[in-house]
Design a protein around this ligand. Structure first.
Ligand SMILES: [Mg+2]
Length: 253
C-alpha cells in the first residue's frame, strides 16, 4: 500500500510515556497498527542498542526505520525483529566525518569542563557532556572554537547538558530527508519532538509537532512556529491527539 503519511517520532520525552500508565501508548500503537498507509520511523539521540535495551519490553509496535545516534545512522526493520543498517547512508555520513585532527591533537584536546558521555561508542559522532560547574553556552562556544582551530569540520549540537559533535550538516533532519528519498512519491512528513536535537527534524517536516511539556519555545528561532502544532497532552496521548486533529483537517493522510 502506498504511504500517505510518514510519521517520524522522537522517543524520550515524546513517544515514551513519562509515568507508569501504559494505556495512552497502547491506544497510539493500536491506531498506528490500524493505518497501513502510515510509515513509522523513530528518531533518537540514543544508539540502537540503548533504545532496544531501554524500550524493548515497553513497546509493542516497532517502526519500519530507526534513525539513531542523532541522525548519524539509519537502521531498517527486517523479518524476525532484526535491524539492518543502511549502508549507503553510513557511507555518505562517514565521508563527512574525519577525526584525524583530533587523533593528531592527542588526548586532552577537550576544553575544561567537557567530558565524554559514559557508555556511548558511536562511530560517526562524539557524545560529550558539560560538567555541572560550567555553563553550557560557554562550553559549546569554546568547543566550537577548539574544533575549528584543530581543523575538525563538524557541527556542535547542545541538548540540555549534552553536546553532540556531528558530521557537518548531519542530524535527525538530514536522516529524515534521506529516508524521504526512498519513497515514490514522497509522502508528507509529520514529525514529533521535544528537544533541541529535534529542531532540524521539525524544520524539514510538513507537519511539525512539538510536545506540550517541551522546553522548546519561541526563543528557538530556528523552528517554523507558524506551522507548528503544539500538543494538548504529553507523550503518546498528545501524539495521537495530533494525528487525529491533523487528519480531521485533511492534512495527515
Ligand atoms: Mg526527546
Amino acid at each position: 500500500m502506498e504511504t500517505t503519511l510518514h510519521l517520524i517520532s522522537d522517543l524520550d520525552g515524546t513517544w515514551i510515556p513519562a509515568g507508569p500508565d501504559r494505556r495512552p501508548l497502547r491506544k497510539l500503537e493500536a491506531y498506528i497498527a490500524s493505518r497501513p498507509d502510515l510509515t513509522l520511523t523513530f528518531a533518537t539521540g540514543r544508539s540502537l542498542r540503548s533504545a532496544l535495551r531501554s524500550f524493548g519490553q515497553l513497546l509493542r509496535v516497532w517502526p519500519r526505520n530507526f534513525i539513531v545516534d542523532v541522525g548519524t545512522a539509519i537502521f531498517h526493520a527486517r523479518a524476525g525483529g532484526a535491524w539492518v543498517e543502511n549502508g549507503d547512508y553510513a557511507a555518505w555520513v562517514g565521508s563527512r566525518w574525519d577525526t584525524r585532527p583530533l587523533a593528531e591533537a592527542g588526548p586532552g584536546w577537550l576544553p575544561a569542563g567537557i567530558r565524554p558521555q559514559p557508555g556511548i561508542a558511536a562511530v560517526r559522532r562524539l557524545a560529550l557532556e558539560v560538567e555541572s560547574w560550567r555553563d553550557v553556552p560557554g562550553a559549546q562556544a569554546e568547543l566550537r572554537e577548539r574544533l575549528g582551530r584543530l581543523g575538525m569540520i563538524a557541527d556542535v549540537l547542545a541538548t540540555g547538558r549534552c553536546l553532540d559533535v556531528l558530521p557537518q550538516g548531519i542530524n535527525k533532519g538530514a536522516a529524515a530527508a534521506f529516508l524521504q528519498g526512498r519513497f515514490q512519491p514522497s509522502p508528507p512528513v509529520m514529525a514529533c519532538g521535544d528537544s533541541e536535537n529535534d529542531i532540524a527534524l521539525l524544520g524539514m517536516a510538513d507537519l511539525p509537532v512539538v510536545m506540550v511539556d517541551s522546553r522548546l519555545d519561541h526563543r528557538n528561532r530556528d523552528l517554523p512556529w507558524e506551522r507548528i502544532h503544539r500538543t494538548r497532552f504529553p507523550g503518546p496521548r498528545g501524539i495521537l491527539e495530533a494525528l487525529l486533529t491533523l487528519r480531521c483537517q485533511g492534512v495527515a493522510g
